[in-house]
Design a protein around this ligand. Sequence first.
Ligand SMILES: C[S@@+](CC[C@H](N)C(=O)[O-])C[C@H]1O[C@@H](n2cnc3c(N)ncnc32)[C@H](O)[C@@H]1O
Length: 173
Amino acid sequence: MNAKEYYRTGKRSKWKNTGMRRYLIKEIIRSDIDADTVFEFGCGRGETLVILKSLGYHVRGIEINPMEVQYTTKYHLGVDVGDEEYLLNYPDNSVDITFTVGVLDHIREDFDFTIRQFKRITKKTIFCLETNDVPSEYYYPHNYESFGFVKVRDFMATGTGDGCMYTLWRLDC
Ligand SMILES: C[S@@+](CC[C@H](N)C(=O)[O-])C[C@H]1O[C@@H](n2cnc3c(N)ncnc32)[C@H](O)[C@@H]1O
């Protein structure tokens, strides 16, 4: 089984109220990005999107695991079932901010394609909150700087169950 098959089978994320989200949310709010639409790739149960929606952002998401998408329906977050190929359905410059939280570390050979699609669909800024640690199977490190990302900060994650160091990356389009 590869990583995609693993996540498609409906395995639920073990993350429980991770405080990591606040670093990303504070960065979006504090920044000078005049954003209306924010898009999360691999949004899981939509925990970050729920907060951003409550702050007034128009939110959208893609998630490979249909069970997680089903869970988000009660929050009306505009989440579709799909993987990186589904990004092709998004028009150029159709979202202001694209972000990920703990997803790109599970993508291997399609990483370049995924980042290229993020750059195509995003008008303003891309944030990736990801780890380059490899605590177990289906974790793949990537060179974010080579794609133009700038490090915002590193921190030890809590509530993720993986004990990894995570980095918040930012790329202004
Ligand atoms: C660690 S969880 C994080 C979920 C969410 N971002 C959050 O902050 O709670 C990783 C998520 O990425 C999703 N995922 C993994 N590979 C994916 C892919 N190729 N396309 C879309 N989603 C994917 C998994 O199904 C899972 O929900």
